[in-house]
Design a protein around this ligand. Structure first.
Ligand SMILES: CC(C)(COP(=O)(O)OP(=O)(O)OC[C@H]1O[C@@H](n2cnc3c(N)ncnc32)[C@H](O)[C@@H]1OP(=O)(O)O)[C@@H](O)C(=O)NCCC(=O)NCCS
Length: 197
């Protein structure tokens, strides 16, 4: 659930429909064995902080309920239109309404479906929702510098590198940089240039 002044009912966020996928708010009853498998798969979780604790259906249900109860976040399941298969998640939040700013995180859990543009399609649906529906000013995201597909995903969708946190994460035996991305609502861009130096 989210708590943003908008004409959209955020206690019941809309289903966001794309060409091949749709995004629908996730509920604890959507958590199944496949979702649990993704979260414990080292191929999937290698760049996620969740990797440090084994996931169970119970712990994931608790997480999903927690986001549902959080008025400043919304977790959407990413589903294929052709058969309703749940293939991953995309989250908006926390939203810091004072700044019209929100974090974004994404996961395609089914590895066989990586590289097919599903994450790009989901991210573009969420961007449209954030800027045109919720009227936010900026979206923010992050990834490990070595995570190529994540880097391409965000830059391809228009995110720019806002900053680099040097040797911020310990990953596979070495310290890697953390990349911070930002995407400003294109309708607000004329405010972008600021003389702060
Ligand atoms: C990162 C992730 C969401 C990408 O999902 P995806 O559905 O494969 O992404 P897309 O198919 O939309 O591709 C996005 C971009 O990544 C590129 N890409 C995909 N797989 C790649 C790979 N193995 N190596 C390099 N680039 C890759 C695509 O080519 C595309 O960029 P391009 O259009 O410039 O070529 C997915 O790998 C994932 O969920 N990983 C596990 C969870 C995770 O780490 N999430 C991100 C946390 S920041």
């Amino acid at each position: 659930m989210m708590n943003v002044p908008t004409t959209i009912d955020l206690n019941n966020p809309p289903v966001l429909r794309g060409k091949r996928i749709y995004l629908k708010e996730l509920r604890p009853s959507d958590v199944n064995a496949a979702y649990c498998r993704w979260m414990n798969d080292p191929g999937v979780n290698q760049y996620l902080e969740s990797r440090f604790q084994p996931a169970t259906e119970k712990s994931i249900k608790r997480f999903v309920q927690g986001v549902l109860d959080d008025p400043n976040s919304c977790l959407f399941g990413i589903r294929l239109r052709e058969n309703d298969e749940h293939i991953g998640n995309i989250k908006i939040g926390p939203i810091t309404l004072r700044h019209y700013l929100a974090e974004v995180g994404i996961l395609i859990g089914e590895k066989r479906l990586w590289g097919k543009g599903y994450a790009s399609e989901a991210l573009n649906l969420l961007i449209e929702f954030a800027f045109n529906g919720l009227k936010l000013h900026k979206l923010s995201a992050g990834c490990y510098s070595v995570h190529e597909s994540s880097f391409s995903l965000f830059t391809k969708s228009g995110f720019e590198v806002d900053g680099v946190r040097k040797q911020h994460w310990f990953s596979q035996g070495k310290y890697v940089d953390g990349i911070l991305f930002g995407l400003i609502n294109p309708m607000h861009r004329k405010q972008e240039k600021q003389d702060w130096k």
